[in-house]
Design a protein. Structure first.
Length: 129
C-alpha cells in the first residue's frame, strides 16, 4: 500500500495485525490483517481518507493475489443482479478500478474527486462547526 499510493495513507498509520478468532469460520486459526491507527500523533483529520485506504487495500490484495475472491456474489440489501461491493459503493467504479491491472491511484482520484467536492459543498450547510 505504501508503494502504490503513500499520499493516500496520510493522516493515519498502518500496522500489521495478527489475531486468532474465538468464533465463526476461522476459530482457532492464526489470521492477519492491517490495523488502521487513526488517532494519536499520526492522525490528521483533514488528511485521513478512509475510502481511499480501503480502495488501496483492495488494489494491493488484487495485485498480490490475482485470483483472490474479493467480490462476493450474493443478494445484498435486497439487490439481486448486482455485486454487494457495487451496492455498498454506489456503483461499479471502485470494483472496476481495482480489477483493472493498469489503473493507477491517480486514475481513481480523477474519477472520484468531482463527487467528493460536490459532497463537501452539499453538506456544508448541515455542519454545526
Amino acid at each position: 500500500m505504501h508503494a502504490l499510493a503513500p499520499q493516500w495513507l496520510r493522516g493515519c498509520r498502518l500496522r500489521d495485525c495478527w489475531f486468532e478468532p474465538t468464533f465463526h469460520k476461522h476459530v482457532g486459526k492464526l489470521c492477519n490483517g492491517v490495523q488502521i491507527h487513526n488517532e494519536g500523533p499520526g492522525y490528521d483529520h483533514h488528511a485521513f481518507k478512509p475510502w481511499r485506504i480501503q480502495a488501496l487495500a483492495f488494489k494491493a490484495i488484487r495485485r498480490l493475489y490475482l485470483d483472490y475472491p474479493l467480490w462476493r456474489d450474493f443478494a445484498y440489501e435486497y439487490e439481486h443482479g448486482k455485486l454487494a461491493i457495487d451496492v455498498i459503493n454506489g456503483g461499479p467504479l471502485l470494483r472496476e478500478w481495482v480489477d483493472d491491472a493498469g489503473a493507477t491511484p491517480q486514475d481513481l482520484d480523477a474519477l472520484a474527486t468531482s463527487d467528493e467536492r460536490a459532497w463537501v459543498s452539499e453538506r456544508r450547510g448541515c455542519l454545526r462547526y
